[in-house]
Ligand binder design. Structure first.
Ligand code: PDD
Length: 276
């Protein structure tokens, strides 16, 4: 049984538990978090919960659950699952009510699942991944982790169909982020990543990498850059909870740097793995 939680109950998440009139799937009217559990412990849980509550507040969603409630439920789910290396997905929506664009006067819904970690193809980490630069067609508030991921999905699928691992998005001439990751460049020994404006998700892995760089004495610039800077970088890498740190060696079919994963990327990845 796949273990989950829905509004106060432990559930089998394979069961059809959601009514049709649930605003998450009718409107994408909700927010979510995706957290990795290493050795039975959720990584950077505090930061994920900070973001979860900020996202909820940003869409005017009042959660009945406190941080402590969520921490307790996730710990219980992990224990029940018997898994030590797994993923937590949590989602809060504006609840269950007949379809109407106006906010209903019903309690928010909250659901969580714990699943075995879906490992990425590790050859990507060894050989480097490819990216495709595509227009960022999302709304203005990409810092809110909402369920509305259609532009992200379309970009990811387009990149995949072109043989690339990730779509890297460009808005008004500057690179923002990947369809489900943040992006870093290495240039002359420094890290460069787009600033945490409202046009990117303020990634937790991004935050960890900035902290690790400080620890390793690698300077970090949070600056905007044009797509050409990606092609001219010495090294490029992507970060997210699911993929951790993945070197990028090709962008739009052009080789980046030596065409192999770079030393600074490897150093940061090693330091990251020590943390988790
Ligand atoms: N996505 N940018 C976007 C648009 C993302 O969707 C994600 C993560 C990130 C990286 O954030 P973090 O380091 O906090 O995981 C950046 C998750 C993994 C998802 O949608 O499943």
């Amino acid at each position: 049984m796949a273990i989950g939680y829905l509004n106060g109950k432990i559930i089998n998440s394979d069961d059809p538990v959601l009514p049709i009139d649930e605003r998450g799937h009718q409107f994408g009217d909700g927010v979510y978090e995706y957290i990795r559990v290493y050795g039975g412990r959720p990584f950077m849980m505090k930061e994920h919960l900070d973001r979860f509550f900020k996202s909820a507040e940003a869409i005017k969603l009042n959660l009945d659950h406190s941080r402590e409630d969520i921490e307790e439920i996730t710990a219980d789910l992990i224990k029940r699952s018997g898994l030590s290396d797994c993923d937590i997905y949590m989602q809060a929506t504006r609840g269950i009510a007949p379809r109407n664009h106006l906010f209903p006067n019903v309690p928010a819904s909250i659901s969580m699942t714990v699943k075995p970690f879906r490992a990425m193809d590790e050859t990507l980490r060894e050989n480097g991944a490819s990216i495709k630069l595509l227009p960022d067609e999302r709304w203005q508030n990409c810092w809110i982790k909402t369920l509305n991921l259609l532009p992200n999905l379309l970009a990811k699928q387009e990149a995949f169909e072109a043989g690339a691992f990730e779509a890297v998005l460009v808005r008004d001439g500057v690179v923002t982020e990947g369809s489900s990751s943040n992006l870093f460049l290495v240039k002359e020994g420094e890290l460069i990543t787009p600033p945490a404006t409202k046009h990117i998700l303020h990634g937790i892995t991004r935050m960890a990498v900035i902290d690790i760089a400080a620890e390793l004495g690698i300077p970090v610039k949070e600056e905007t850059f044009a797509p050409e800077a990606v092609l001219k970088a010495d090294e490029v890498f992507l970060t997210s909870t699911g993929i951790e740190i993945v070197p990028v060696t090709t962008a739009d079919d052009q080789k980046i740097g030596s065409g192999k994963p770079g030393d600074i990327t490897k150093k940061i990845y090693e330091a990251f793995m020590k943390r988790v």
